[in-house]
Design a protein around this ligand. Structure first.
Ligand SMILES: *Cc1c(COP(=O)(O)O)cnc(C)c1O
Length: 236
């Protein structure tokens, strides 16, 4: 559990972001902090919002459906789904979230597109492709070989806006060993941009223990839970 209040934890994480940005010759504002609030109650999200955060990540549709009821007044926030989405929950996700950061197959993308067409035809849903970087430890994400085809399909869906890529590398204590995963996601993004002739600015990579390494490799969004809110009850 980080010892501080949420406001203090936010400040500490922002200092770490600034430090990593400095070391990589980037500006701190180039990396958006997404506060991963899964398992934590709505009050905690409100506290983080009051401390200045505007992006939040949840990993379960149903949990967020319940918590979101008491947070409707936080209108400046963007709510990200960062966990695996089953296609039978796609319609609810398209209504409840401003971004689905974990799209990993064509059928899911099509369902999200159809749902969004009904819910908000004038406001495409932002999505990221979650890439499985070929390590057995991580289960979710599209295999690298399928990413170009999936990206082309999403670009053809008018109610989705493909903004970039996301990954969850294996949990490694040695940050030098995790960096190659982050650089691989960046290189994959670069080759996709060239192939599709389309900018894909977002790289969502890095969590509480490894986000500095991710920033050094070009992360534009980091997803941080434990360092802001403490250890989650039960392993998630
Ligand atoms: C839980 C979760 C995080 C946050 O992990 P921490 O180690 O607590 O910072 C980030 N991304 C995803 C996809 C998650 O499920």
């Amino acid at each position: 559990m980080p010892p501080g209040t949420i406001a203090e934890n936010v400040q500490r994480v922002q200092e770490r972001i600034a430090g990593a940005a400095l070391r990589s010759g980037r500006r701190a504002e180039e990396t958006t902090l997404i506060a991963v609030s899964k398992t934590h109650p709505a009050e905690v999200i409100r506290e983080a919002y009051q401390a200045g955060l505007r992006h939040f990540g949840e990993n379960r549709v149903q949990e967020w459906e319940q918590k979101s009821r008491s947070l409707q007044d936080l209108t400046a926030a963007t709510w990200h789904l960062v966990g695996h989405l089953q296609s039978n929950k796609a319609a609810r996700a398209a209504r409840l979230f401003g971004s689905v950061d974990s799209v990993d197959d064509v059928a899911l993308a099509r369902k999200l597109d159809r749902a969004r067409a009904e819910i908000a035809p004038e406001a495409p849903l932002r999505v990221l492709i979650e890439v499985h970087l070929g390590d057995e430890e991580t289960k979710s994400g599209a295999p690298e070989s399928q990413v170009p085809g999936l990206a082309e399909e999403i670009l053809s869906l008018t109610h989705l806006h493909l903004a970039g890529l996301m990954c969850i590398p294996p949990y490694l204590d040695d940050l030098e060993r995790v960096r190659p995963y982050f650089s691989r996601l960046r290189e994959l993004r670069d080759s996709l941009e060239a192939r599709l002739g389309q900018r894909l600015p977002v790289l969502s990579m890095g969590m509480s223990h490894d986000f500095e390494a991710a920033i050094l490799e070009g992360a534009t969004e980091i997803r941080v839970g434990t360092a802001l809110f403490g250890v989650r009850p039960g392993a998630q």
